[in-house]
Write a protein that binds this ligand. Structure first.
Ligand SMILES: [Cu+2]
Length: 149
């Protein structure tokens, strides 16, 4: 019977591992980046999310550039502000990225391409935006709320 306590330890460890697995699974947010070249129904630049809130924890953004002609990108920041209030270089028509802390991005995607970003997010208010020239001011951004579990 000497080996019995060891066997029990192994079994307990297995249950702990299984118990943690669901908490570590990422929540997926699908992000569609669109502009008037996407289809006839799209009248402006837009960033569309398939959900506007997620529980805190690992979040996987799956971004697709649905444009037929333009490069788009997705930058993630934690803020209560709308991106129209971000520091802005009006000559370049870009948000000044050095002054707005990014939590990560899916950089320049060619038309039709996809990319992803996985980050661990705490509760709060977040913004996703595209910083290709003038796109944010044309509406290419979206808000995401991260809720406590
Ligand atoms: Cu864009």
């Amino acid at each position: 019977m000497k080996r019995y306590p060891f066997a029990r330890m192994v079994i307990s460890a297995a249950f702990i591992t299984i118990g943690l697995a669901p908490a570590m699974a990422a929540t997926t947010v699908k992000v569609e980046m669109q502009d008037p070249s996407t289809d006839e129904g799209t009248k402006s630049m837009q960033m569309k999310l398939d959900r506007d809130s997620v529980p805190a924890g690992q979040v996987r953004f799956e971004a697709t550039n649905e444009s037929k002609t333009l490069v788009h990108e997705m930058i993630l920041v934690k803020t209560d502000q709308d991106p129209s209030a971000f520091p802005y270089d009006s000559k370049k028509e870009e948000v000044i990225e050095a002054k707005v802390k990014s939590l990560g991005e899916v950089p320049e995607l060619q038309p039709g391409k996809s990319g992803h970003l996985t980050v661990s997010l705490r509760p709060g208010s977040y913004v996703l935006y595209c910083n290709q020239a003038a796109h944010m001011h044309q509406g290419m951004w979206a808000r995401l709320t991260v809720t406590a579990k």
